[in-house]
Design a protein around this ligand. Structure first.
Ligand SMILES: Cc1ncc(COP(=O)(O)O)c(C=O)c1O
Length: 374
């Protein structure tokens, strides 16, 4: 099987696998236990947090272990809305992940800010949406469907100028591990990280909450993690998360450049055969690992199934939405004509992807699209 769906989840990195196995063998205790076996587990968690803090430019106690990006987003939204009952509204861009949009609208009054045709948020539009009741402003580092990067410092400055009391959540699920992030210097209040996007095991993520912020728990219980998230910590998951992050960042710049070149040449091959093929949001500053590829007159779900039968795994968009067959809110927000959006698939790659895999994909894509257009 050729796996071209890395934005859904990335294969486990060998460094993360061996760190996980070693931690299961040596640090399997309950980190809250007073005895030595527990304290060994506690030391493993503390070591993992310290290592991740160094990699992310923050402090160890600013990191809360979560089950992934969705929980981190939910916890930040919950925390921001708990601070002041007068401030109960949330501003978010139209292309946020469903875990931001759905948690926000379930918990507060949500104002959605549109994006331009390549998915960029206008700082002035973001600022205009903020008001005295704004508790939290949410935007992402990079989009999971089209890869568009936001101009984070300009967005932060715009929000701080008009709403100094509002908190800022950066959903970095598609940025962490792919680009170096210095969360402390960036100046956001919260950031969400999903380890499985960069080769950590599924179920290991982080919420960064800057020093001084109160984070009341969504999960009550044994008051683990400074009473910000109860539940016995996943020690091996945390250790593997730290190993994956270090490994991913080690050569992230070269890896991204290589991915960018691979996708550029893959698209050129396809476009030479199918002149109506379109690369959505290609003109945006974007992560080099993502190609949002569309063709009019095609049913995206049928195409993904045909490619799957041909041994190639791609996606119609966000994995959670693809499973439900819902149209992409991201492509709608970009103003992509529905005829083209219906024919869009996401190709997302990573450091293990090879030229011959993408050659095989390009050939299969051209073949299947031609058959479907007959
Ligand atoms: C931008 C973005 N935010 C949040 C999430 C949710 O992360 P998780 O699947 O770890 O809950 C994802 C996952 O697809 C994502 O791409």
């Amino acid at each position: 099987m050729i796996y071209l769906d890395w934005n859904a989840t990335a294969p486990l990195r060998p460094a993360a696998r061996s760190a996980w196995l070693a931690a299961q063998d040596t640090s399997w205790g309950n980190p809250s236990s007073v005895h030595g076996i527990g304290q060994r587990a506690r030391a493993a968690i503390d070591g993992a947090k310290t290592a991740m803090a160094r990699l992310l430019g923050c402090r160890g106690y600013e990191l809360v272990l979560t089950s992934g990006g969705s929980e981190a987003n939910a916890l930040a939204i919950h925390a921001a809305l708990s601070l002041d009952p007068q401030r109960n509204s949330i501003v978010a861009s139209a292309i946020e992940h469903s875990s931001v949009l759905r948690n926000a609208s379930a918990r507060g009054a949500l104002t959605v800010v549109g994006v331009d045709p390549v998915g960029r948020i206008d700082p002035a539009a973001l600022a205009a949406a903020c008001g005295p009741a704004t508790a939290l402003v949410c935007f992402q580092y990079a989009n999971n469907e089209i890869g568009t990067l936001q101009e984070i410092p300009a967005l932060i400055a715009a929000v701080r100028a008009v709403a100094p009391a509002a908190l800022i959540l950066l959903d970095a699920a598609q940025g962490a591990g792919k680009r170096p992030l210095h969360l402390g210097a960036l100046g956001v209040d919260f950031a969400s990280i999903a380890g499985h996007k960069f080769g950590a095991p599924l179920g290991a993520g982080l919420l960064y909450a800057r020093t001084g912020l109160k984070v009341p728990p969504l999960i009550h219980g044994g008051r683990q993690q400074q009473d910000r998230r109860s539940g016995t910590e996943d020690v091996a998951g945390a250790v593997a998360l730290a190993a994956a992050l270090g490994d991913a960042l080690h050569d992230s710049a070269q890896s991204e450049e290589r991915c960018r070149n691979l996708l550029d040449s893959c698209f050129s091959t396809i476009a030479a055969e199918l002149p109506e093929a379109a690369w959505i949001a290609r003109a945006a500053p974007r992560l080099g690992h993502t190609l949002s590829l569309a063709h009019p007159g095609i049913d995206q779900t049928a195409l993904v199934q045909r490619l799957d039968l041909a041994g190639i795994a791609v996606s119609t968009g966000a994995a959670c939405m693809a499973a439900r067959g819902e149209p992409s809110h991201v492509l709608r927000a970009l103003g992509i004509a529905s005829e083209l959006a219906r024919g869009a698939i996401r190709v997302s790659i990573g450091h293990q992807t090879t030229t011959s895999e993408l050659d095989a994909f390009a050939a299969a894509y051209v073949r299947e699209v031609r058959l479907m257009l007959r």
